[in-house]
Design a protein around this ligand. Structure first.
Ligand code: ZN
Ligand code: CU
Length: 530
């Protein structure tokens, strides 16, 4: 027998299916798994000693925003490897409706500017998926990418940031652009129905695009129109879009936001389970934290954001308009997902703002004290200086997070936002936290189940046929970790600290992490759907 490229020896294999662990060595050759058995006598170019450790399929992050992370300048190095160092080997990116494509030429600059908050260091907006794929493929990818195409971008790419329904011609152009993305290899459709410009799209418009996804057999992943008071209507809308689009539905980062909604996961999971029992193909994902993170501007009524950043700044500068917005934010709404009225400005913390880095990590109440103005005015001043401010908002209940995570059809998605400053620690801690805290420390589910939620379950949902389990013939995307010590170390104060206990990561048969450290090997690829 010729030698293996890599042998992982002495560990216990947790194969991703949920089956109990078993002692076995893993032999890798030509980028694939060739043998899962006793290989104590085999020759190998490289040996990883996994004694006392678990060998699992590389984790699949089903909710990433890493479309352009590989193109970020080198000074963002720790962000670029944050997922790899947790054992992630594939990221489903392009979530929440935001992708850097497909944009008609006249819309490119406007939307690129808007997206530069989410995609720090982005180098461009692209006309097509293929153009994006080629551009990002020129960079060294630490992990594989399985990109979705965003409804928000499809919309902005045709009609900009306008708050109106599309004309017949505009909708036809959006459908054609979506069709081309799927032809070229996009893994599914995403939406972000609280964000401009996605929020301006009505259900029928999203159904039209879901139909295109459905024709290609690709799923619809949605950041729903409401994750607070109107969550039931939002789930109904998501299920309807799936039904009429004839496509599977992934409810992104399922949560119950706002104190008055805490505990309602019993009701929402019940709804989802009834749908599943009646044959609807719906699954969910979740991140293991009680805070979310997004644009600060998303805390304002949608009309305030219409027309994009320049129009937003103009409205916030006008004293009368500002007072009107303040009242609407304070009062909350049945028309849009208001959050600040439910959790208070003290729960809103600045994550990233280039104009005022000194306020990163501070709550809006603290910023207001420093500026000697009211909290709402502090938020406005930050937005006027930099409309792309990102926030962390503490708004969920731990019991809901646990109930959602424990659902057997719930997978794990980090929703990490790859930006400088103090981003949400989920970007560097998500997967290790599920393994170390939720599985080992509080025993929410066995380790084998935790691994299944990060591997075979997402592989099945997003059509990653050759990944997600350890078996002969599968791609060698693997992680070796210490089940007794693995834990997240990223915190809100220090969000990019890598986890402990993740020993080795293999991406496409190449050892990318060894002894817990980045080897510098970059073997990730932009994947194609099966
Ligand atoms: Zn989202
Ligand atoms: Cu997201």
């Amino acid at each position: 027998m010729t030698a293996f490229d890599v042998v992982i020896r002495g560990g216990e294999v947790v194969d991703g299916t949920g089956a109990a662990r078993r002692a076995a060595d893993v032999g890798i050759r030509g980028g694939g798994v060739e043998v899962v058995d006793d290989l104590s006598g085999a020759d190998a170019a490289e040996v990883i000693d996994a004694t006392g450790k678990v060998v699992a399929p590389g984790f699949i992050d089903v909710h990433a925003h890493t479309d352009l992370t590989a193109s970020m300048p080198d000074k963002y190095g720790t962000i670029k490897t944050a997922s790899l160092l947790q054992g992630v080997t594939t990221e489903v990116c392009g979530n929440c409706g935001f992708t850097p494509f497909p944009l008609e030429p006249s819309r490119r600059e406007e939307f690129k500017g808007f997206l530069s908050g989410l995609f720090a260091g982005q180098r461009g907006g692209f006309a097509t998926f293929a153009e994006y794929r080629e551009a990002i493929g020129e960079f060294d990818l630490a992990v594989n990418l399985a990109p979705l195409v965003g409804h928000g971008s499809l919309r902005a790419g045709v009609m900009g940031m306008e708050d109106r329904p599309p004309s017949e011609d505009e909708l036809a152009r959006m459908e054609a652009a979506a069709d081309r993305c799927f032809e070229e290899g996009a893994f599914g459709l995403s939406s972000g129905l609280i964000y401009p410009p996605g929020v301006y799209g009505q259900t029928e418009e999203v159904i039209a695009l879901a139909k295109v996804a459905g024709r290609h057999g690709r799923p619809y992943a949605t950041h729903m129109r409401d994750e607070a008071d109107r969550i039931v209507a939002a789930i109904e809308e998501a299920l309807r879009i799936g039904r009429e689009g004839n496509t599977g539905v992934e409810i992104s980062h399922h949560k119950l936001a706002g104190r008055n909604n805490w505990g309602r996961s019993e009701e929402t999971l019940g709804m989802i389970e009834r749908a599943r029992d009646s044959g609807v193909d719906v699954t969910i994902d979740v991140y293991p934290y009680t805070a979310g993170s997004t644009y600060l501007a998303a805390a304002l009524p949608p009309w305030v954001n219409a027309g994009g950043a320049p129009a937003l700044v103009e409205r916030l500068r006008d004293p009368d308009t500002r007072r009107r917005i303040d009242k609407e934010v304070e009062a909350g709404s049945d028309e849009w997902q208001s959050l600040v009225d439910k959790v208070g400005w003290e729960s809103v913390v600045i994550a990233t703002t280039s104009a005022h880095p000194e306020f990163e990590g501070k709550s809006i109440v603290q910023v207001a004290e420093a500026m000697a103005v009211a909290p709402f005015d502090a938020a406005c001043q930050l937005l006027v200086a930099d409309p792309k401010v990102l926030m962390i908002i503490h708004m969920m209940d731990e019991a809901d997070v646990q109930r959602i995570m424990a659902a057997p059809y719930a997978m794990i998605g980090s929703d990490g936002v790859p930006t400088p400053g103090k981003p949400h620690p989920r970007i560097a801690g998500c997967f290790a936290r599920v393994l170390g805290h939720y599985s080992r420390e509080i025993n929410l589910f066995p380790l084998e189940e935790a691994v299944r939620k990060m591997t075979s379950l997402p592989a099945g949902r997003f059509g990653l046929k050759d990944r997600g389990t350890i078996a002969r013939g599968k791609i060698a995307d693997l992680v070796v970790f210490a089940p007794t010590t693995v834990i997240d170390r990223a915190t809100y104060d220090d969000p990019l600290v890598p986890p402990a206990g993740v020993d080795a990561v293999v991406v496409g048969g190449k050892v990318a992490v060894r002894g817990g450290a980045d080897t510098g090997v970059r073997s990730g690829r932009v994947l194609s759907p099966a």
